[in-house]
Design a protein around this ligand. Structure first.
Ligand code: SAH
Length: 352
């Protein structure tokens, strides 16, 4: 039997070699690449400028990754759409389409599950199952664009998983998403969010990509951070700030700090002061979001007044701060909740 490789994860130069390997002309690669990454074809049979025999040969030699929507939820509040996608092996991931005035943004997953263990997050409850391939990450953007019929201009890697724990596939994904022979999305319109793997932030800085890096900070002392995020045991805030400065120096791109406000945990005046100092030290932009309560987790969202006071304190200190709109709160808002809840729905059925 032929060992099938994942054709959607090949950059064009690799695809050219693959074509030669199966005895085809190199130029075929560009045609197939365009079908997959520009026309978003779901099957080799759609590739009508290829001969029938070549289409059959491709199906014989390659796997064409396509995600299958298992469930789609639409928010009545803001039109946000959340997709639960099944991968080829039956695993599931989530992607979210958010509609903003400045364009459509898709939030994608980078792993099936996660091994970072953040205590407020639903995605990490079952641990890490596996990394997503570049093709599977691309497919989330492609399928959302095709299913919604709307052009995607921004991509945020803030769904299930820790993207810097899947660096190789992430870099390949960025290269292909921004390829002019594909969707040609601008690097400046891509945001990658990390829980704070300091050495990986440095590694990414070395690549000097014009993407936005977001750091999930959530606490301004190591003690506080450790209460929320086990990764804080491995990397101190001082190490992270050094890595952030390095990223800014190398790329000239401002970092964003993500800060989820949890009642009585990290929303006091001193926290705001600490956050102002840290963000000032690396010229970071701060993005606040009230924590999204997850059934299995003990954290509750800060009240409206507390959030407002926290934001005001930052503004007074001259910090560039935004309050993230909670998109799709009525549709299993928090990261990883849809996949979890779906697992809950399926679990009782497995006994039948
Ligand atoms: N692993 C990456 C990206 C995925 S999480 C990271 O940690 O950044 C995307 C963002 O959602 C992170 O800032 C994460 O801390 C935040 N998040 C996860 N669960 C949340 C919840 N219940 N409420 C609010 N924000 C949450």
């Amino acid at each position: 039997m032929i060992e099938k490789t994942d054709i959607k994860s090949h950059v064009l130069s690799e695809l050219q070699r693959e074509m030669e390997k199966i005895g085809e002309k190199k130029f075929r690669a560009a045609q197939i690449y365009e079908w997959m990454h520009k026309k978003l074809a779901e099957d080799f049979t759609e590739m009508t400028n290829l001969s029938l025999s070549l289409r059959e040969k491709c199906a014989e030699h390659f796997e064409l990754t396509v995600l299958r929507p298992v469930r789609v939820q639409e928010s009545k509040l803001d039109g946000t759409k959340k997709y639960l996608f099944a991968l080829g092996d039956g695993n599931m991931v989530e992607s979210v389409l958010m509609r903003y005035r400045h364009g459509n943004s898709v939030c994608i997953s980078s792993q099936v599950g996660c091994r970072m263990g953040c205590r407020f997050c639903a995605s990490t409850l079952g641990g890490l199952v596996r990394n997503l391939t570049a093709g599977e990450m691309l497919e989330q953007v492609y399928r959302v664009q095709k299913l919604s019929g709307e052009r995607v201009s921004n991509v945020v890697v803030m769904g299930i998983g820790e993207p810097l724990d899947n660096m190789e596939n992430l870099l390949r994904f960025i290269e292909m998403l921004t390829d002019e022979k594909g969707l040609n999305i601008s690097k400046r319109n891509i945001t990658v969010s990390t829980c704070g793997l300091a050495p990986k932030i440095r590694e990414l800085a070395e690549k000097n990509l014009q993407i936005t890096l977001a750091l999930s900070l959530h606490g301004v002392t190591d003690e506080k951070r450790k209460k929320m995020m086990p990764v804080a045991e491995r990397y101190s805030i001082a190490e992270l700030m050094d890595a952030c400065r390095y990223y800014f120096e190398k790329t000239g791109r401002r970092i964003t700090f993500e800060y989820a406000l949890a009642a009585g945990v990290n929303d006091a005046k001193e926290d705001a002061q600490g956050l102002a100092v840290l963000s000032g030290s690396v010229h970071a932009h701060v993005n606040l979001i009230p924590v999204n309560p997850v059934r299995e987790r003990e954290f509750a969202a800060s009240g409206k007044d507390t959030v407002r006071a926290f934001q005001k304190k930052l503004e007074e200190a001259g910090v560039n701060v935004t309050l993230r709109r909670e998109m799709g709160r009525d549709i299993d808002g928090a990261c990883g909740q849809l996949r979890r809840n779906y697992a809950d729905v399926l679990a009782p059925l497995s006994f039948m």
